[in-house]
Design a protein around this ligand. Structure first.
Ligand SMILES: Cc1ncc(C[n+]2csc(CCOP(=O)(O)OP(=O)(O)O)c2C)c(N)n1
Ligand SMILES: [Mg+2]
Length: 332
């Protein structure tokens, strides 16, 4: 096991890769800033959990995978779904509760699902999707495939039975699942040291005899490398890995807890924002000469246009008619 590996600063950064990673992180950031605005205007209802601050995890991890690999996530999943290549217009329409949304507007923010890109949700119950990931891993192995499953979850799932049962089964049955804990140090208002006897989450891997690694969750290249090693093991040897990505959410738990000042100080939030993954990566790209200031501007503009287009698409999409209440209830 190893801790907190980061990419050697001397490694040369390819311009195409830099552009792709930065564009995806910016898309997630702008998409969610716009979603927050739409929520404040009453255009989006229900729950809305923003991923702002954590973008490097979804983007770095997805960059280590093939398009036919699977991903499954919690309710803080807009970023994972976008990184997987889902259409931002259909995600926005889902948040708006409209017919052209990924789940015909019936799932909302917490229940994005896109079979077309092998994104398997969007799950509102903490920890519930960890055994599902094991099941997908089992199905892949049973059918003789070589895909891998990425399962994203928060630190709040670690004290739950599902986490331990899933790791045990995946280790025992040798299943190709990469468990990625996005440790943002809080489960709603509960700090991890108040919920976990072992706060170095990657160490739980040892209990189940599998590889565990902690990684800087604000460093998109470090994540890509770390998840890359886990994906390679999973594909080749059909073994699971536990990764702890140390990250931070810059916003409240959800739009209903926008301030979040009761359980963490303003100073702490401001300090963590100094390690904004998008700023860190932009600086790295400029320093390496992989991208220019003009490139950064072009990326920002393209992403802003794409997000505006997503909102226009969502606004134009109809509400689902009442009959839709009775469809998609049972599988044919
Ligand atoms: C089984 C279960 N218990 C409680 C809740 C209420 N709840 C929703 S989010 C959350 C916190 C989870 O925190 P974490 O796993 O760290 O994810 P994060 O929100 O930080 O991304 C809780 C307790 C729930 N959805 N499911
Ligand atoms: Mg958390």
């Amino acid at each position: 096991m190893a801790q907190m590996k980061t990419v050697a600063p001397s490694a040369r950064l390819d311009s195409e890769l830099a552009k792709r990673l930065l564009t995806q992180m910016q898309l997630i950031r702008r998409f969610e800033e716009k979603a927050a605005e739409m929520y404040a205007m009453g255009k989006i209802g229900g729950f809305l959990h923003l991923y702002i601050g954590q973008e490097a995890v979804a983007v770095g991890a997805t960059a280590a995978c093939r398009p036919d690999d699977y991903a499954v996530s919690s309710y803080r999943e807009h970023g994972h779904c976008l990184a997987k290549g889902s259409d931002p217009r259909r995600i926005m329409a889902e948040l708006f509760g409209r017919m052209d949304g990924l789940s015909k507007g019936k799932g909302g923010s917490m229940h994005l699902f896109d079979k077309g890109v092998n994104f398997l949700g969007g799950h509102g119950i903490v920890g519930a999707h960890l055994p599902l990931a094991a099941g997908v891993g089992f199905a892949i192995k049973y059918q003789g495939g070589d895909q891998v499953v990425l399962c994203y979850f928060g630190d709040g799932a670690v004290p739950e039975g599902e986490f331990h049962e899933s790791l045990n089964l995946c280790a025992l049955w040798k299943l190709p699942v990469v468990y990625i804990c996005e440790n943002n140090r809080y489960a709603m208002g509960t700090a991890i040291h108040r919920a976990l006897a072992q706060t170095e989450i990657w160490r739980f891997a040892e209990t189940y005899g599998i590889k565990g690694e902690a990684v800087d969750g604000m460093d998109v290249l470090a994540i890509r490398d770390c998840v890359g090693r886990a994906v390679e093991r999973a594909r080749r040897d059909k073994v699971p890995t536990l990764i702890e990505a140390r990250t931070y959410r810059f916003r409240g738990h959800s739009m209903r807890d926008p301030a979040g000042a009761i359980y963490r100080t303003k100073e702490e939030v401001e300090r963590e924002k100094q390690r904004d993954p998008i700023v860190l990566f932009s600086e790295r790209c400029l320093k390496d000469g992989a991208l220019t200031e003009a490139d950064l501007k072009l990326i920002e503009k393209a992403v802003a246009d794409q997000v505006d287009e997503a909102v226009a698409f969502a606004e134009a999409s109809p509400e689902p008619p009442p009959e839709e209440l009775f469809t998609d209830v049972y599988k044919d």
